[in-house]
Every structure is written in C-alpha cells, then in structure tokens.
Design a protein around this ligand. Structure first.
Ligand code: AVJ
Ligand code: FE
Length: 402
C-alpha cells in the first residue's frame, strides 16, 4: 500500500487519502460549509500540485491513519447529506445531487487507477482470481459482417442538460458526420499479433513521426504486458496469448500504427459515440448502446471483478443499433480525437478537472473497461491520456470513410 510500484503511479495509500481529501473538500467544505478536517493535508492530496511520479516523497498518511481519515470524512459527509437540499431547486452543487454524484464518480475513477497500479506492480504483490467470461457470440450463418456502416447525418454529441456529467461532456451539440465504417468488435490479440509478425514495429511507413520516435526511443516491440516468447502477463499469471481477447495496454501511437497498416484510421470520438448510441430507426440517441437502462450483467463487462476482458464479440445483448459490440466495458478505446472543450464549454465546478488538460496533446479514450465501475461510466464520458501511455486498460477498433 505504501510502495511506489511504478514511476507513473501514486502509492495506493495516496489514492485512498486523495479520495477522502476530495470528499472533504467538495462535500464537507464546499457543499456543507464546514471547515477543512485536516488543513495540513490539503497540499499533499492536491493532484494538480504534485505530479504522480513525485508523490512517493510526500508526507501522505500511511494505511492505518488513512483508514481513520477516510472514516472521519465519510461520517462528516453523511451528516452534510442529511441536511442537504438535493431538489432541483437547491444550489448548483447540491441541486439534483450533482456534487454527490461527482464524488461517487471520482472515487470510482480512482478505483480503476489503483487497478492500473496493481497491474504494473511486480509479481508477488497482487493475485486476483479472474472470473470466467462468456464466450464470444457465435458467427452468424454465412459469416459475420465485421464492419458496421454508419450513415451520414447529424448526431447530438455529448451529455444533455439533465443528470450528472462532467463539464467536458457538455454542452450537447449537433455534429454533422460523413458516412463511415467502424469495426463491429475491438482489435484482438490475434489481429495484433499478425501486425507484429508482419513487421509492424519495423515498418516506418505505418507510423506517425512522433509514434516512430517514441517507439525507437523506448525500444518498444510489442504491447506492454506481452513477452518476447508469445505470452502475456496478467497480474500473477504468465500465459500464452489468448487470441480472442481484445488487445490491451497499447499506446495511442501503436493503435494508430496498426490502423494505418490496415489502410484505416481510429474513429473520432464523435464517430465512436454515434456508432455506440445513435438509433437510426428513430433518429434519436440512446443513453447506452443497448437502450436506456443502465448496464446489467448481460450488457457489458464492467465493475472490476472479472479481472480481465471478455472475448471480443461477447455480450450480444449489449449491441448498438448499428451492430457494434463491446463498445462498453472490456477495454477503453483510443480515438483519433485530441481532448478539447466542446463549443460553448463552461468549467464547472472546478477548472482543473478538465480545462487544465484541454489542447495539451491528450488523446480521448471512450467506452470504459472491465476495471471501470458502472457509476463512473456514461457513453458520453471522456477519458484522456498522453498518446505514449500504456498503463490504461485500453485497446481500440478501426474505422474508415465509407
Ligand atoms: C480522467 C483519468 C485523466 O486521473 O488525471 C481523477 C481523472 N481527475 N481525479 C486523472 C481524475 C481527478 C483523470 N483522468
Ligand atoms: Fe482525483
């Protein structure tokens, strides 16, 4: 809990203390008007203040102390909740439960971050039991149509005004998209192995200039957890690559190179969201690919406890109207889009969450992964990271102009 497992990640106890400090700041102080419980800890847990790599040196609370701090904050927060006016007539933080939803989501986002840390930790640290996954849907007679055609037309991108969403998902606005095709399923380990065997990491023509420089500089020859003898590390296990699983822990640069090798490209985030949620039969947008109900066990592999992705093409009940599978859960999907504000963006409730990362070279990821908790997920949710990062539970699918 106290160890720095990877230079990219915080010690796990830091995440725990940060979850509680963020809760004290937003629920107890901002929403409830209380004084800070531990003013001395404010700097230690300010994510913007100290980069992850330096957090190992901070005087953060160790395990027993952090548990006591978390309990004390939660008790105060529940006291504030008892008195809070969550009706839509309430103030902007409390009205509709906004800040309460934000805090639940924030904690759950850090739960996924902590699993990234555990996946990077040396062997011997964490050995979760993987839950059996459903098999991929059997190919339809006559062969499965591997790509979905998404017709041209306007699409309302982003989250509507009701309910909780981060500022960066708003305002919802119409985008006019040309027709495109998108893979029905994510790129698999088998697909990606062919790319590697085809000289994917040696062919300059398949890479962007920045991607090639990154690959050469880092000496990268395969996805993060793959070994040179054709196996894949998965927490404690070192097993032969499972060909049917989505490829994971690749950088945006690798995803981009793979797509180019196929004469294709990554989808933009608008294309991704339209392929996931637009219903052409009604001309309207669904809350989820399968409809308006929240994610159930039959729809998607979310919520961490599977400890790995399901085979690409599983969860037929989670299919989108255009026929895309696995848009939610299993693996985040890199998109072609750079993280930026939507037209009319207004920061709320704080600038640092989103605005500080706009137009700064971050790429957008969509769809959540097996390690994403359902409360932290909406199809409009925009995750982001630098194009060289591989710790995210991320894969991708390809698209092309129709
Ligand atoms: C959305 C993953 C880029 O970790 O920097 C957590 C999420 N923001 N606490 C991050 C976040 C504040 C954020 N990412
Ligand atoms: Fe945070």
């Amino acid at each position: 809990m106290n160890r720095v497992h990877d230079a990219l990640m915080s010690p796990l106890v830091w995440d725990l203390g940060h979850i509680a400090a963020f809760e004290d700041l937003w629920l107890c102080q901002r929403a409830g008007g209380l004084a800070p419980l531990r003013p001395d800890l404010a700097d230690v847990y300010d994510a913007a203040e100290t980069p992850r790599a330096d957090r190992g040196d901070l005087p953060y609370l160790r395990l027993d102390d952090v548990r006591a701090f978390m309990d004390a904050v939660r008790e105060r927060a529940l006291g504030v909740l008892d008195a809070a006016d969550l009706s839509s007539g309430g103030d902007r933080l409390n009205g509709g439960g906004f800040v309460w939803e934000m805090l639940a989501q924030h904690e759950h986002q850090h739960n996924e971050t902590m699993l990234q840390t555990l996946a990077l930790a040396e062997r011997g640290v964490y050995a979760p039991a993987r839950r059996p996954q459903p098999a991929a849907a059997a190919a339809e007679p006559g062969g499965r149509d591997e790509t979905a055609l998404v017709e041209a037309g306007e699409f309302p991108l982003g989250a509507g005004a009701d309910g909780f969403a981060y500022d960066n998902e708003r305002p919802r606005h119409e985008v006019d998209l040309a027709a495109f095709e998108i893979d029905r399923t994510p790129v698999t380990n088998a697909d990606y192995r062919l790319f590697v065997e085809d000289g994917g990491y040696r062919r300059r023509g398949w890479w962007s200039a920045e991607g090639w420089a990154w690959k050469k500089g880092e000496g990268v020859e395969r996805p993060l957890f793959w070994t040179s003898d054709g196996r894949c590390r998965d927490f404690e296990r070192l097993e032969p690559l499972d060909p049917g699983l989505p490829v994971m822990h690749v950088s945006w640069y690798e995803a981009d190179a793979y797509a180019r090798s196929r004469g294709q490209r990554l989808p933009t985030e608008a294309e991704w969201e339209k392929a996931a949620c637009f219903d052409p039969s009604t001309g309207s947008k669904l809350r989820f690919p399968w409809g308006d109900d929240g994610p159930g066990a039959e729809h998607a592999n979310l919520d961490q406890l599977a400890f790995g992705p399901a085979p690409a093409g599983s969860y037929p009940a989670g299919q989108s109207p255009f026929g895309a599978l696995g848009m939610v859960g299993d693996a985040w999907e890199w998109t072609a889009s750079e993280f930026a504000g939507y037209p009319g963006f207004a920061a709320f409730p704080y600038r640092e969450y989103s605005e500080g990362s706009f137009d700064a070279g971050f790429k957008v990821l969509r769809g959540g992964s097996w390690a994403t908790r359902p409360d932290a997920f909406r199809p409009t949710f925009r995750n982001w990271d630098l194009p060289l990062r591989r710790q995210i539970h991320a894969g991708f699918r390809c698209a092309r102009d129709a």
